[in-house]
Design a protein around this ligand. Structure first.
Ligand SMILES: [Zn+2]
Length: 352
């Protein structure tokens, strides 16, 4: 289907971001620059190539594109490959307060340029302690970036499925300490070996929700790789979990907001192409979906491209995006006054 809207028009539509991972959204140029400064080896001599083209912008941008394609191709075909790529290429260069702050600021600025009017940025602070930072020292620059962001922003703290209640307790405390800036305590990572809604995380998420008087709510990556079960639905209900990351499998979403990331699901081989994705069918049946990227590095996408994909594949238009953004706004974590202002921006942006 040919798009009725130009890319520039779609870029200007106001958008809210519910589901994007900080470490999946780092610019390839930054990774090359920091690896070359830190003397870190990259396969394919990319760091050397980068150093050799320092005075030639066009050549440097070609190296960055080639490098992005290289890391993106390594991340394809499974969620495990995708998660491994984060550890191989991104985490080594995100281990100082300065790098955390500068990349978070850069992400908020790029989001603004992409038409986002707010962004919840998720990350796992425990992965940024490789050079000895404490959880608190990781959080400080990220919270500072939220405060300095050109658009309203919140953080989401992710525990990972292979972790345990002991680390979950510390991450829960981190959420409680920063609850003004942390919208969710999330569970991320591969469902394959650790499916469902694990009790160690659900209990910590419930503790956080109670201690922050509902300010920091649970969200969970679910039904991305594995089909829903009765036990999943029972625990979601029991622990009042109303936001799912992905959640595109099955028909057990109920009234929960599901942040769907089509290109990411194609990259990790959960679906073969956009037309096979359930987002449109679920939306038409009344499910509360919203549109997200998961990240920009391995998927080589952004919000504008995801919207364009929906326009071209399913014929979505402004009224559909208004609805999905209102769904996203309901789980944005902002106070009532900020939500009212953002809702007004959405309604006027999609009015014409
Ligand atoms: Zn995710």
């Amino acid at each position: 289907m040919r798009s009725l809207y130009t890319k520039n028009q779609i870029r200007r539509w106001p958008k809210g971001g519910t589901h994007e991972h900080f470490d999946c959204s780092i610019e390839p140029e930054f990774i090359l620059q920091r690896c070359s400064e830190l003397g870190l080896e990259l396969p394919g001599e990319f760091a050397t190539q980068w150093r050799m083209t320092l005075d030639n912008t066009a050549a440097q941008s070609a190296v960055a594109n080639e490098f992005q394609e290289f890391v993106a191709s390594g991340a394809r075909q499974s969620l495990k490959n995708y998660l491994d790529a984060i550890g191989n290429y991104v985490l080594p260069v995100l281990q100082t307060p300065e790098d955390l702050y500068s990349r978070a600021m850069s992400r908020f600025q790029r989001a603004h340029d992409d038409g986002l009017i707010w962004l919840k940025l998720r990350f796992a602070p425990q992965l940024h302690r490789l050079k000895g930072l404490t959880l608190r020292q990781v959080m400080e620059p990220m919270v500072a970036a939220v405060h300095d962001s050109p658009i309203p922003a919140k953080l989401v703290v992710c525990a990972l499925r292979h972790e345990n209640g002991r680390l979950g307790w510390h991450l829960g405390n981190t959420c409680i300490e920063h609850s003004m800036d942390v919208a969710n305590f999330d569970l991320a990572g591969g469902e394959g070996g650790n499916p469902g809604v694990p009790l160690w995380w659900a209990k910590q998420a419930a503790r956080v929700q109670k201690k922050t008087r509902g300010r920091t709510k649970p969200s969970i990556h679910l039904w991305e790789e594995v089909e829903p079960t009765d036990e999943d639905v029972r625990r979601l209900r029991q622990y009042k979990i109303n936001e799912l990351a992905h959640g595109f499998r099955g028909k057990r979403q109920g009234n929960r907001v599901c942040a769907m990331c089509i290109t990411s699901n194609i990259v990790t081989a959960q679906v073969t192409n956009a037309s096979q994705h359930t987002i449109d069918a679920l939306y038409r049946e009344g499910a509360r979906v919203c549109v997200d990227t998961d990240g920009t590095l391995f998927t080589k996408t952004d919000y504008t491209q995801e919207y364009q994909l929906l326009v071209e594949t399913f014929g979505w238009g402004p009224q559909d995006f208004l609805q999905t953004n209102l769904n996203a706004l309901s789980v944005s974590g902002f106070d009532a006054k900020t939500k009212r202002a953002l809702e007004a921006q959405l309604r006027s942006g999609y009015a014409s």
